[in-house]
Ligand binder design. Structure first.
Ligand code: UD1
Ligand code: CA
Length: 457
């Protein structure tokens, strides 16, 4: 169920599209569901239906790379959001004359683990109940549906917070919004729901009470820890869940051999991978699909987004790396900015105040100070002097710069692209290179001209 607006988020964005540890809420739920290898997956969408569907499709594409068989996806539109019972009712046509179990998940319960869902299914199957609800006990149950039990402890019904009496509100056992239903009983009961409650909605929770009235057994699977099955309704709860996931991720990394100097001040998304003996300093943020090899050192205030780092890489202070690759034994920063498909080949070094965009710095090459490298392909063992700029933009188009192996670019050289600097050539300080330079040449001046052939001397 992912059709709701999420009023309490106070947002223009549908609640299930808010992000937690680099993934949307609905993305977290999909991941848990997918781990159970379902044959079919139904998503009830309504508010911002297209955006929610697109996000889920993107998630599935990413996630199903890793599994053999992807489930069939069905999108069910709930144009008007008239409650969780109404949401499931919208899918009824898919289940006509079908029997079997239906696992119903709430799109705003993102921390649930697949193992817990698996246990819910198994508990349900073993008990032979018409439905089973996953419950938990929490210290402050405000807002949740409360579980009412009979004197013998069996399930009686669920009362929503807003419909509950003062006495019922003292009950600390709550409905997680995760259930298994036998389809043959679910859909007839849904048709009998009425919106006679405080919110004027069709509550899925009332189905459980109806089944019980009809003489069916409704099972309860009481789960702990509660944190895993809490719903996200507000930004406060979003931040609390994010904090839990963040610490769990850091703990997993530390257990796998990564040193995190200050877990209180380190932000690493759930999908990030980091190899053994890497060291992460405080105030580091690593996001998206970043992958870091072994023995990396990431210094304070570095920010990596979809970065791929090999082994033995050093990222110095206050460096931003986006969608770029740093091969083994490379160093970047402090205060460097690598963006859009930049690549440092093995052993390359980028120093302070260097920006790279769509550029490759070859093996062992260096660009140590105050430089812009855009659309540049730089060979091996090249030295880029301080203050060098690839002038890649003529006001209309971007042009490439090629710097071949062994070149030395003197300080303050302007390379006006498109331009190629041939192997082992040297540009003198302050050169403005406006046309290609042959191999083994020393060039100087504005515009730069060949002063001598370095091979002949
Ligand atoms: C619901 C339960 C409550 C439970 C809590 C657990 C009901 C009536 N109440 O309350 O017992 O303790 O979850 O987190 O079910 N949705 C739709 N269409 C709708 C309404 C909601 O798809 O018309 C989706 C929402 O997008 C959301 C989920 O269902 O993902 C839950 O809806 P929400 O409004 O958050 O329910 P709660 O009030 O939290
Ligand atoms: Ca909720």
């Amino acid at each position: 169920m992912a059709a709701g607006l999420g009023t309490r988020m106070k947002s223009n964005r549908a609640k299930v599209l808010h992000e937690l540890a680099g993934r949307t809420l609905i993305g977290h739920v999909c991941r848990a569901a997918l781990a159970l290898h379902p044959t079919d997956f139904y998503l009830v969408v309504g508010h911002q239906a297209e955006a929610v569907q697109a996000a889920v499709e993107a998630d599935f594409d990413r996630l199903t790379n890793q599994v053999a068989t992807a489930p069939r996806r069905h999108y069910v539109v709930q144009a008007e959001q008239r409650g969780t019972g109404h949401a499931v009712m919208m899918a009824a046509s898919h289940f006509e004359n079908r029997s079997g179990s239906l696992l119903v998940l709430s799109g705003d319960v993102p921390l649930v683990r697949p193992e817990t869902l698996q246990t819910l299914l198994e508990t349900h199957h073993q008990s032979g109940c018409a439905a089973t609800v996953l419950t938990t006990e929490i210290w402050d149950p405000t807002g949740y549906g409360r579980i009412l039990r009979e004197a013998n402890g069996y399930f009686a019904r669920i009362v929503e917070h807003r419909d509950a009496t003062a006495e019922q509100r003292t009950i600390k056992e709550i409905n997680s919004g995760l259930y298994v239903f036998e389809m043959e009983h679910l859909f007839p009961a849904l048709n009998r729901l009425t919106p006679a409650n405080a919110q004027g909605e069709y509550y899925l929770t009332d189905v459980l009470g109806l089944l019980k009235e009809d003489g069916h057994q409704v099972g309860i699977m009481r789960h702990s820890p509660a944190e895993e099955v809490l719903g996200i309704n507000s930004r406060v709860e979003l931040a609390q869940a994010a904090e839990r996931l963040r610490l769990a991720k850091l703990e997993a990394l530390m257990r796998s051999g990564v040193t995190i100097l200050d877990p209180k001040a380190t932000y690493i998304d759930g999908d990030v991978q980091i190899g053994m003996d890497s060291v992460i300093y405080p105030n580091v943020t690593i996001e998206g699909a970043s992958v870091i090899g072994e023995r990396a050192t990431i210094h304070p205030n570095a920010h990596l987004v979809n970065a791929r780092l090999g082994n033995g890489v050093t990222v110095r202070d206050a460096t931003l790396v986006v969608d770029s690759t740093l091969e083994d034994e490379t160093t970047v920063g402090p205060f460097a900015h690598l963006r859009m498909e930049s690549v440092l080949k093995t052993g390359a070094v980028v120093g302070n105040f260097v920006e790279m965009k769509k550029s490759t710095l070859g093996p062992g090459s260096k660009s140590m100070h105050l430089t812009y490298l855009g659309d540049a392909t730089i060979g091996s063992k090249v030295n880029i002097g301080a203050g060098t700029i690839t002038c890649n933009y003529d006001g209309k188009h971007k042009h490439p710069t090629v710097i071949q192996d062994g070149v030395k670019i003197g300080s303050d050289t302007m390379l006006v692209a498109p331009v190629t600097v041939g192997r082992n050539s040297v540009t003198a300080a302050g050169s403005v290179v406006i046309k290609d330079i042959p191999e083994d040449s020393l060039v100087a001046g504005v515009p730069a001209v060949v002063k001598k052939n370095l091979k002949q001397n």
